[in-house]
Design a protein around this ligand. Sequence first.
Ligand code: ZN
Length: 363
Amino acid sequence: MNTSISAEFGTVYTGDTIQGTSVISHLDINDLEPGKQHRFFFQGVQMGTGQHWYVPIVVAKGDRPGKRIALITGIHGDELSSIDAVQRIMANLDPAQMSGTAIAVYGISRPAMEYTHAQWAIAQCGGLLIDMNRVWPGDEAGINAPTRHAGLLWNRLFKPNIDIAIDYHTVSTGSDFTLFLFADFRKPEIQQMAELFPVEQIKNDPGEGGALETALIEAGIPALTVEIGSPRIFDAQKIALTVEGSMNVFKHYKVIEGAIGRTSKEAGTFFGDEFETIRSTVGGFLEMLVDVKQKVTSGQKVAVQRNAFGDIVAEYTSTVAGEVATIARDALSEPGSRVMQILYNSTDLKRDLGTDHQTRDGY
Ligand SMILES: [Zn+2]
């Protein structure tokens, strides 16, 4: 067995197979045969009835050593373009020609995936919904099943095996998003990686407590979050650009050879470092006056809201110049619901309003 520092346990096979695929409870890519693809079910946390949730993973282990890049999907269960994007990236990779490894993780939040929900429904306390992107790095002895699930993945899959990570999302059901990256530009390596993606918008973002991307960065593993537009569907156009950017990352780190494809430069990516988040002040039905990716100016009216009688009850105005990043697609809007987020550059504007800084692809 390889005695490198990450080979503390070696790959642990539970002895079970599911639909012909081996179940593992700990991955150590050092003991996998190089130049090949390997597929497993990773044994996650148990359900209340005692069976486990299993996460499908594929390891493309290069013929030669090099960077180990994780491609992570399904932290939210309704964000399906992430799955298609990573399957396409893996199909582009030939382990026999690689110097390094790709680890594809297909759908972390198992019960959320099964029901096409953003969050993981647990039975505890009469039923709660847990956002799997607020529990990292998790805890194997944590206070609920999703936190323990995250702890198992963190300790036995991610931490010992990866140098770089890309976490693929979309917006949650009820909204829409551009093709977008969250990237922490305080780390030059992460900025460089982000700029390799031919996306519509990039937000220089310091991260959020409990997000996988943030936990990885705090553990010294460069990571970024990709948002591939709309939930629930496969958006072919945005997926293709996501694949192109991801292949650029593999080329940048010399895992594969080849010329870098289109990047943020060719795409004319819009960069910002703040969101203006507009929320409904009252209940009612929304009429949007703008759409995702559209440029807006300070003072521009962006949405109106009507009550059940058709009277206008609220009008919403941008206070910044920027581009629309997220937008509500559900016409009915409860008070406090997110109407839209406008990406802008804080250095363009000296302002000190009590802006709502809720950032990620939630609610
Ligand atoms: Zn998400």
